[in-house]
Design a protein around this ligand. Structure first.
Ligand code: FES
Length: 257
């Protein structure tokens, strides 16, 4: 297990840990936008830049760099801090109204940007790619992707039309760090506003409330252990599980008497 130094603090980290994981283990705050524990590192946002002081001076993206024996890391080193400030200026120009970016920038001493503001005043997407990656790498649907280049780059379904591969799971919204993905369930449909996509919802057989995206029905075959609960909405599932627990509790109580 490698021993490294983070901001003067010596610590031993698990084999295979990244520098970012070591930094978090050390309890040091470092902003990130494109990092999500369940996905391989991507290195897109460049907010996690840190300076390597030793063994070979360098500036690296901590989320994508393996922690190695003897490394000395400075999270507030001069090179990393300077680049992070420029990245935050870019983000401020792209998402001028988003409070979290403004707070991140202010924390780094950035309150203004030299770059031209986005033409879309309410832009929230920072192009971190988390929604694209979770949909492709974890869900396996690949319903959305990057479109265009440079300032025109954005995320969406092919041709901005109904994403036929979307299963309506909502993982894209769950991982988005900026709440840029808007989803709501209305009139028996899950509407993924950001992707121009609608997915029909199946009603709960117990209460009749539409709740489960139809394309996700295949999951029932894969979750055998809870087959008896699968057709139910979360509220009815909780009730059924509680009733089942009560039956087990009663049976155990009588068996012990
Ligand atoms: S968190 Fe490392 S580059 Fe985004």
């Amino acid at each position: 297990m490698p021993t490294i130094v983070v901001d003067g603090q010596t610590l031993t980290v698990p084999e295979g840990a990244t520098v970012l994981q070591a930094i978090r283990q050390a309890g040091v705050h470092l902003p990130t936008l494109c990092y999500w524990e369940g996905l391989p590192p991507y290195g897109a946002c460049r907010l996690c830049l840190v300076d390597v002081v030793s063994p070979k001076p360098d500036t690296i993206a901590a989320c994508a760099y393996p922690a190695a024996e003897g490394m000395v890391i400075e999270t507030q080193g001069p090179r990393a801090t300077a680049v992070r400030k420029i990245v935050l200026e870019f983000l401020l120009a792209r998402c001028p109204t988003w409070n979290v970016i403004r707070a991140m920038a202010a924390e780094a001493g950035v309150t203004e940007t030299r770059f031209p503001a986005s033409t879309k005043a309410d832009e929230l997407c920072v192009l971190c790619g988390l929604c694209v990656r979770i949909c492709r790498d974890a869900v396996g649907a690949a319903a959305i992707g990057f479109i265009g280049r440079g300032p025109e780059r954005q995320v969406g379904p092919p041709f901005h039309l109904q994403a036929e591969a979307c299963i309506g799971c909502g993982a894209c919204a769950a991982v988005c760090p900026t709440d840029a993905v808007k989803i709501e369930d209305v009139d028996g449909q899950r509407i993924l506003h950001t992707w121009n996509t609608r997915v029909p919802l199946e009603p709960c057989p117990s209460c009749g409330q539409p709740y489960a995206p139809e394309p996700m029905a295949f999951l029932r075959e894969h979750v055998e252990a809870s087959q008896h609960l699968w057709g139910l909405c979360p509220a009815c599932r909780r009730k059924a599980a509680a009733a089942q627990l009560e039956v087990i509790r009663e049976a155990t109580f009588h068996a012990l008497r």
